[in-house]
Design a protein around this ligand. Structure first.
Ligand SMILES: Nc1ncnc2c1ncn2[C@@H]1O[C@H](COP(=O)(O)OP(=O)(O)O[C@H]2O[C@H](CO)[C@@H](O)[C@H](O)[C@H]2O)[C@@H](O)[C@H]1O
Ligand SMILES: O=P(O)(O)OC[C@H](O)CO
Length: 471
């Protein structure tokens, strides 16, 4: 949003940027984790906005009081959409996370197509629209976020909301071949076409969407413009663009240089006895390629014994979607893999993999980024991947090597400075680990300078400005 633009921004997403908890009989609000929170909070703070979403807590919480406190402290308001336990199971865990999430990440084999889940998805999307309609004022921009809410636009129109409506998809949009497997593809497609602007992370996602729309709605007309594709359908015009999301570069860069972070990074190096640190940081998710990464690390230890004792893989996994069975299985798989590889290669005084299943606070996260000589970010498929960008912004000594999956949206922008890998290619990723461990200082610095300049230029403020200006 440009500085001149004074319109209020209403962001709507499944989850509010908060976690409500009861500790020792006292209710508290904590900031939530995840890419969306990281990206949107600074923007809403700057534009006296409002965030509408599911508070994710039980009915006993004194929500009004907590929400009021949040607005006073954070500088933007919250609107809440409560969900019942059954709705959480069917709309969120069910249709959103067992159908759309795997399908849109090209993992058809993990998809469930359950009509009950679909019905709950329709119902909850309508509810989100109804709550939003009661909060909206004449000049507001409404910006709906992500795959859980693709049907909101239609209901907002039915309710007579005339404000500009925008939608941004944080995850990839699948190819026509995959999208057509969805029994409710036409409803989703028509739902997205109710918005005035539909944004994707990458050019590939935008092209996939336009290809689906043209194929499944033959009467639709598409015209490629300079920055967007203009669709004409049902007497309306819809703009479709790609807007790679980013981070607040200055915030990460400045905080990474602070005394707290420098001390914590120094302590980490001492703790790991000055070995090279290879860092993985992910939400627990089967799209992030963590088992494949551990196997590639194992292959590197098999093939390059000269690396033994010289480096550690520090893998941090933040708990996520723990009620979905696939995520529970993944957790067990990771525990077993890390244990097996450590038992196979560990020596007195050297445990190859340090695996932590928890969230880190900001100072610790930045200290890990700053201390790590290598970031190993190997999703099987990812809309963007903000960890890759955060690592670059926090590598203030220009000394880090970014190994990045070619299937992360971030690879479109960071492909030149990063060492790109195919995460399914275990040998290739192992070779990339060796290459990064032995890369000369000059090449490290040249690559990281390029990466940092790119993240600095294409920061989150530019993302919002570019998106809103396209409306
Ligand atoms: N152990 C830990 N402790 C503390 N914080 C941790 C952590 N592990 C991860 N985080 C934080 O969580 C965020 C994760 O963002 P990502 O972009 O990697 O993925 P996510 O799948 O959540 O987001 C979705 O939205 C984003 C934004 O659009 C897209 O990049 C992505 O592809 C899409 O799946 C980062 O900001 C990171 O700092
Ligand atoms: O925990 P979830 O399901 O809200 O996922 C958050 C991630 O940022 C995915 O968009």
């Amino acid at each position: 949003m440009s500085k001149k633009d004074t319109r209020r921004l209403i962001a709507v997403s499944n989850r509010l940027p908060i976690v409500v908890k009861e500790e020792d009989g006292r209710w508290q609000l904590e900031a939530g984790a995840g890419g969306l929170v990281t990206a949107l909070s600074p923007v809403l703070k700057g534009h006296r906005g409002m965030w509408i979403g599911w508070p994710g807590c039980d009915e006993a919480a004194p929500l009004d009081e907590l929400v009021g406190r949040f607005a006073a402290e954070e500088g933007y308001g919250l609107g809440t959409v409560p969900l019942t336990q059954e709705e959480v199971e069917e709309y969120y865990e069910g249709f959103s996370n067992m159908t759309l999430w795997p399908l849109f990440h090209d993992l058809l084999g993990l998809c469930q197509f359950n009509p009950r889940h679909w019905e709950a998805y329709v119902k909850v999307n309508r509810r989100f629209a109804e709550v939003t309609a009661t909060r909206v004022e004449e000049e507001d921009l409404i910006w709906v976020q992500d795959y859980q809410l693709m049907l909101m636009g239609g209901r907002l129109r039915e309710l007579g909301v005339k404000n500009p409506l925008a939608f941004f998809l944080h995850i990839p949009f699948p190819s026509l071949d995959l999208f057509r497997r969805l029994p409710w593809k036409m409803e989703i497609l028509r739902g997205l076409l109710e918005f005035d602007l539909v944004g994707f992370q990458t050019l590939r996602d935008r092209r996939n969407f336009v290809a689906c729309a043209r194929e499944l709605l033959p009467e639709l007309r598409a015209e490629v413009r300079r920055r967007t594709t203009l669709l004409r359908w049902d007497e309306r015009e819809i703009r479709v663009g790609h807007f790679p999301i980013s981070i607040d570069f200055s915030e990460f860069n400045n905080h990474a240089r602070s005394r707290d972070v420098a001390d914590a990074a120094w302590y980490l190096h001492e703790h790991y006895e000055n070995r090279q640190l290879i860092l993985g940081v992910d939400r627990l998710d089967y799209t992030k390629g963590i088992p494949e990464r551990l196997l590639a690390f194992e292959r590197a230890l098999e093939r390059y014994p000269e690396l033994h004792g010289k480096m550690n893989l520090v893998q941090i996994v933040v708990p996520s979607r723990t009620q979905v069975p696939e995520y529970q299985l993944l957790k067990d798989q990771l525990d077993q893999l890390a244990g097996r590889i450590n038992a196979r290669f560990g020596q007195a005084g050297w445990i190859p993999i340090h695996y932590m299943f928890r969230s880190l606070d900001r100072v610790q996260l930045l200290a890990h980024y700053r201390a790590a000589e290598i970031a190993l970010i190997t999703p099987l498929r990812d809309g963007m991947n903000l960890v890759a960008k955060e690592y670059c912004a926090a590598s203030v000594d220009n000394n880090g090597v970014l190994i990045l999956s070619e299937f992360a949206g971030a690879a479109e922008e960071l492909g030149k400075g990063a060492v790109l890998v195919n995460p399914y290619d275990i040998d290739g990723t192992a070779e990339a680990i060796r290459r990064a461990c032995t890369m000369e200082q000059g090449e490290r610095q040249r690559r990281m300078r390029m990466l940092r300049a790119s993240v600095q230029r294409n920061n989150v403020h530019r993302w919002v400005e570019y998106f809103v200006n396209s409306l």
